[in-house]
Each structure stands twice: as C-alpha cells, then as structure tokens.
Design a protein around this ligand. Sequence first.
Ligand code: UDP
Length: 331
Amino acid sequence: MTVLVTGGAGYIGSHMVWELLDAGESVVVLDRLSTGFEWAVAPEAKLVVGDVADRDLVGRIIRDNKVDAIIHFAGSIVVPESVADPLGYYENNTCKTRTLIETAVREGVPHFIFSSTAAVYGGAGLEPVREDARLAPESPYGLSKLMSEWMLRDAALAHDIRYTALRYFNVAGADPKGRTGQSTPGATHLIKVACETALGKRPFMQVFGKDYPTPDGTCMRDYIHVSDLAAAHRLALQRLRAGGESLVANCGYSHGYSVLEVIDSVRRAFGHDFDVRMGDRRPGDAAAVVANSELARKELGWTPQRDDLDLIVNDALAWERILTTKNSVRT
Ligand code: UDP
C-alpha cells in the first residue's frame, strides 16, 4: 500500500511526507514544482513531476504503486491573489480537485484526505469556531476549498470512497529535525515575516491594525505547528483504513495569540529587538479566528505535541536560518 501525496514538495506536503516515512509508509509525491521545491521532497519518497488533473498520469501512479490513499495538498493558497484571479483559483483548486476525485473513484482508491481551511468560516469572532458554524467564505480561496469539500461529500455518498477534510487554522513552524520548512519566497504569513525581519532579510515589518475588538487591539489567530498538523493527517489515514466514516474536522489548538504576542515570542527566540511598525488594517482580515478542535481530538485521537507558541516560533526561526545557508550555498 502506498500513499499518494499531491503537493508533497510544498510547505505542509513536505512535512506530511516525512511524517509518513517516519511511520514506515511508502510514499509517492505528485507535484508540478510550480511553488514547491524538489529538494523539499524526502529522498525516500518517489517524486513524479506533473499535474493532479492529468487523469492518465494519476491513474498510472495509482496502479503502478498500489495507492490506497490520496492526501491532497496541491493548490493555490494566497487569499488576495484569489480575489484578483478567482477563475484561476476555481480552476486550480476546485476543477482540478474534481478531476482528481473522479480519478480516485475510477481507480478504486478508497481513502481521500483533503486540505481544507478555516477560511470556509469567514470572520469567526473571539469564540472558538466549531465545524457546524455558519459557512461564509469571504474569498474565492475559501469558496474554492468549500466547494471541494462538498464534492467530496457527494462523491462519498455515491461511490465507494471515504474522506477526511481537515480545516487548517494558522499553520506555522517547521520540522523540529530541520529537514523541511516554509520556504516560499515573498511569503506573507506573520511568523515567517517576523522571523525574516529578525534575521535582517527584511528591513522592518508592520502590524496590520491595532484597533480591533481584541484584548490588545491586534488580530488573534490559532497558530498550529505544522508537525502536529501532519500527525493529524496520519491519524486520519489510520482511522479511514480502520473503516472510519467520512469526517470534516478543524485543526487548531483552540486558543488564539495576538499579532503582538507572536512578535514578542519572535523577539524572545531571536534574543534581540527588530523594527516593527504599526500599520493600517490589511483588507479582509478578521479580528479573530480560533478553532474548536474537540472533534479532531475525539475522532482522530489527536493529542497535539507542540501546542506552545515559543516552540512554534523557535522551529520557524531555526528553519529560517537553515534556509539562509541553503540559499547562500546555491547563489
Ligand atoms: N499580520 C501582520 N503583519 C504581517 C503579516 C500578518 O500584522 O506582516 C497579521 C495579519 O493581519 C493577521 C495575522 O497577522 O491578523 C495572521 O496573518 P497571516 O497572513 O499569517 O495569516 P491569515 O490569518 O491571514 O491566514
């Protein structure tokens, strides 16, 4: 039995590949390498460079490797880009996922795990959000993921396939063993931006708004360590293989940190101050987005191991340093 990981050369996908290999699984990665990196794929995994919507290619991979599960990360993930290019996002995230599900059904792959997002909820408020909360995506990105969830739900009712969709909150950090991490140039995520600023890769950073209805006026998010997220997928795979029903579950820690708390944590990890400026609100940001993760804990038996902001930030900073060395070796 082999697990097919799409987008396995990307940030979360490359952690998933290590998580599976560490658990003794056989892994094949399918990635276009449009944003991912060949070096990010663990050498023990087989890498196929190609598109998830290439029916013949995916069919061949499934048959040749006896794939019994697909973990689907490939997709576009930049919210403002999705607002500027909605049709591109619906094509890449929704239409291609439809084709991949169709191929999985045609080839008799019984298990499908899908990377969904907290963006399906829209602005959620300070209360931790449950899976049965109102679904109101505020961007084509969020909607493209929600439509994929719905296709999976309907396909699972009609065909012999069961799925788990995990709705990620703010994924951050890096492999504690330093094997992979967030490597996208020009990333906009807070912890990555703060680590880059601390290391002098950016002259300064901005806090986007300090007049939100939160305790310190800055936005609150539920930051989850990427290794805990990968572990949740592995548990979801185990559960599906054991006959578990299809499931949609949040992946977060159920508590939020403000932008200022995150920056303080980066200052602690780095040991020095860096240039942080107060800026205007970023359009489209919700005041707070925090998961209720009871369902994942109960259904998957998921017990996070790295639920600690300083730990997340330490791993992110360590990876940022490794990346500096990698890039200077390459240039
Ligand atoms: N943020 C910030 N400065 C930055 C990047 C992000 O103040 O340079 C804030 C952003 O406004 C949001 C939070 O940090 O409130 C998390 O943003 P991120 O882009 O990491 O994730 P999002 O929640 O938007 O998916």
